[in-house]
Write a protein that binds this ligand. Structure first.
Ligand SMILES: Nc1nc2c(c(=O)[nH]1)N=C([C@H](O)[C@@H](O)CO)CN2
Length: 119
């Protein structure tokens, strides 16, 4: 299956388990793989025939901005659900990173792969 990638998308969200995380938004990074047959847009050269990655990035950014989850797991799945709601994609892999949170680790992240109707 062909793929569209969105890598290192920076978003802001109110996220975290602890009280001190509930006052200000934090920087998160999102990596997304959209599994989609790209044969038609590759031939037509028309954005109407494909998943517009700019629109997907906007949708995910909005989910982050308007949510208040404790866990990055919950936010990641909410992002996947919104993509399935708005776009005709059959399968998604989404990795959500919280890179600024642990002083002794470069990154922490969760990753989900889901197919439409199995979230
Ligand atoms: N599996 C997870 N573990 C933890 C999370 C999380 O979202 N998923 N979050 C926290 C805190 O909010 C963390 O970011 C600060 O220690 C702890 N563990």
């Amino acid at each position: 299956m062909d793929k569209i990638y969105i890598e290192g998308l920076e978003v802001q969200s109110l996220i975290g388990v602890y009280d001190w995380e509930r006052d200000a938004t934090q920087r998160l990074l999102v990596d997304i793989v959209l599994f989609s047959d790209l044969s038609t847009p590759a031939t037509s050269d028309d954005v109407k025939d494909t998943l517009n990655y700019a629109e997907v990035a906007d949708a995910v950014t909005a989910v982050a901005a308007h949510s208040k989850f404790a866990l990055i797991e919950a936010l990641a799945l909410a992002m996947i659900r919104q993509i399935f709601k708005q776009f005709p994609v059959q399968k998604i892999t989404l990795k959500l990173s919280k890179p600024d949170i642990l002083p002794t680790a470069q990154n922490v992240a969760v990753e989900f792969t889901r197919e439409r109707n199995e979230e």
